[in-house]
Ligand binder design. Structure first.
Ligand code: HEM
Length: 486
């Protein structure tokens, strides 16, 4: 009997549910990439996009990409953690349905209602549109986010229930005793359980705070006298947003732990350092968001100094144990590289490389120069597009694995990696020249970066299109295949 059987049945198999979620991911990812390309081409003055539409596109692209990163990351996590704990397929599908309802509301708020306050909906901006959008349009956006958040909350609570039923406590599932040498390494939980536990702890807290500030913003739309401290709202929004997007990487990284051992024929080693890395990152990811507030003079200095120090350290424990583990598992393994293994390997590299400019920008002295330049989309697109998304594309390829047409897949792989690299470097170089981020209209001196970035973006999107088309070509048969976990 599978773990699944103990947690409730659904008409659709768990494997099919994951593949369905990945199919939605593929479509949304491509659409959002097209929106991103449209912004880049507009900045490059290749196409004409009016500024109000640019900000609608920017808001939709940001919200859509962060949402789909969460959805696909959750699919990776759920697929692997259900090998160890009982989880419910109906709850997993409920999250997908909530995501789709929320996405429709968000798209309507932007493309029908004109909402363009940025995916971060910074309070009280949704209520101050300068006549560009109505209170109802802003409400549709906030409600859409809230519905998506509720779906994720249900999914996380269900996985937490499953983990607690097997491990008895979150500390045991995280591997706290092993981290501090109080229990032998061999008695620790599998990597998928450790990572999922970390994600549950941070994301449940993040979503709850996010929901609170969404409600406050919603009330403020219709009752402007219902004021709220803007700095407190900013803290809550960035706590939620930073934790949520960070957690997408921590979910997707499970694909690295599970896929590389198949090809290297070596187990992913979990020792005290692995568990300690995850324990430390659990605590630090909750406090690191303050690097978004380094320019907020009203913040207490101690909080900003702490934010700077934790920004330098936060992601490093998990990144270090993962990058080190990846290199040691691959080194001298004589593995035959397949596209799924190559994609998750690139994912670790993209994550590690992207963290370097991020740490630089998390330093107050650097931030006072680089703040709100294209350095920022430069670093986060590196670890999201070439890190997190690479891991998800690797997982999609792994699940729909029938081997033929590999040549075709490799073309997609290289187009994505080379295009993505050109695209992020164009942002980073422009940022180092102080080109501002979030500007709809660029001056002549900035256009070379925008044009090179556009070429990279088009190539990367073509690569992803090829990978997604191949996924769809075998998705149906793979959905009906027997799941090795069952
Ligand atoms: C080929 C793929 C992509 C292209 C062409 C693209 C393009 C862009 C552009 C042009 C911007 C605005 C830059 C500026 O501030 O001047 C942007 C912002 C952003 N992108 Fe992407 N992007 C891509 C992939 C991704 C991915 C994979 C993610 C996340 C998983 C992502 C998340 C975001 C976010 C969160 C913003 C910030 C929006 C804001 O400032 O409110 N993008 N992107």
């Amino acid at each position: 009997m599978t773990m699944e059987a103990t947690a409730g049945r659904s008409a659709i198999s768990p494997r099919a549910a994951v593949i369905l979620t990945l199919a939605v991911t593929g479509v949304v990812l491509l659409l959002m990439m097209l929106l991103g390309l449209a912004m880049r081409l507009a900045q490059a003055q290749v196409i004409d996009v009016q500024p109000d539409l640019f900000y609608v596109i920017m808001t939709m692209h940001g919200a859509g990409m962060v949402g789909v990163a969460g959805l696909s990351g959750a699919a990776v996590m759920w697929h692997f953690v259900r090998r160890h704990v009982p989880v419910s397929t109906p709850v997993f599908l409920t999250n997908l349905v909530f995501f789709l309802i929320g996405a429709v509301l968000i798209l309507a708020s932007g493309f029908i209602g004109g909402f363009g306050a940025g995916w971060t909906f910074l309070f009280p901006l949704p209520a101050h549109s300068g006549e560009l959008w109505s209170a109802n349009a802003a409400a549709a956006y906030l409600l859409g986010l809230m519905i998506i958040g509720v779906g994720f909350l249900l999914l996380h609570l269900d996985i937490a229930r499953g983990i607690l039923s097997v491990y008895g406590g979150l500390g045991a599932a995280l591997g706290v005793k092993q981290a501090f040498g109080m229990a032998p390494d061999s008695s620790g939980p599998p990597p998928a359980v450790t990572a999922s536990t970390m994600v549950l702890i941070v994301n449940i807290l993040g979503i709850l705070l996010g929901a609170a500030v969404l409600i406050v913003s919603l009330v403020n739309l219709y009752v402007p006298s219902f004021a709220f401290n803007a700095l407190a709202a900013k803290n809550m929004i960035y706590f939620f947003g930073h934790v949520f997007i960070n957690a997408t990487i921590y979910m997707a990284v499970i694909a690295v732990y599970e896929i590389l051992p198949i090809y290297t024929r070596r187990p992913w080693k979990t020792n005290w350092a692995f568990y300690l890395g995850w324990v430390l990152s659990t605590v630090m990811v909750l406090t690191v968001y303050t690097h978004h507030l380094l320019m907020d003079f009203a913040m207490p200095t101690w909080a900003l100094v702490a934010g700077q120090l934790i920004s330098w350290l936060s992601g490093l424990p998990v990144l270090f144990v993962t990058a080190f583990g990846t290199l040691t598992i691959v080194y001298h393994s004589r593995m035959k590289w397949s596209p799924d293994a190559a994609l998750v390997f690139v994912g670790v590299a993209g994550w590690a490389i992207g963290v370097i400019p991020a740490i630089a920008d998390g330093t107050i002295a650097v931030n006072s120069v680089m703040h709100n330049t294209q350095w920022v989309p430069g670093h986060f697109h590196t670890y999201l597009l070439l890190g997190m998304v690479a891991m998800v594309l690797g997982f999609m390829t792994y699940l729909t694995h029938p081997q033929p047409r590999y040549g075709f897949v490799w073309v997609g792989f290289w187009a994505y990696v080379i295009g993505g690299t050109v695209f992020v470097f164009a942002f980073l170089l422009a940022g180092s020249e102080s080109v501002p981020r979030r500007y709809a209209v660029h001056v002549a001196q900035w256009l070379p970066y925008d044009r090179i970035g556009s070429v990279g973006a088009a190539l990367a999107a073509t690569g992803v299109l090829i990978l997604v088309v191949r996924f769809f070509a075998s998705a149906r048969s793979s959905a009906m295949a027997e799941d090795p976990a069952s």
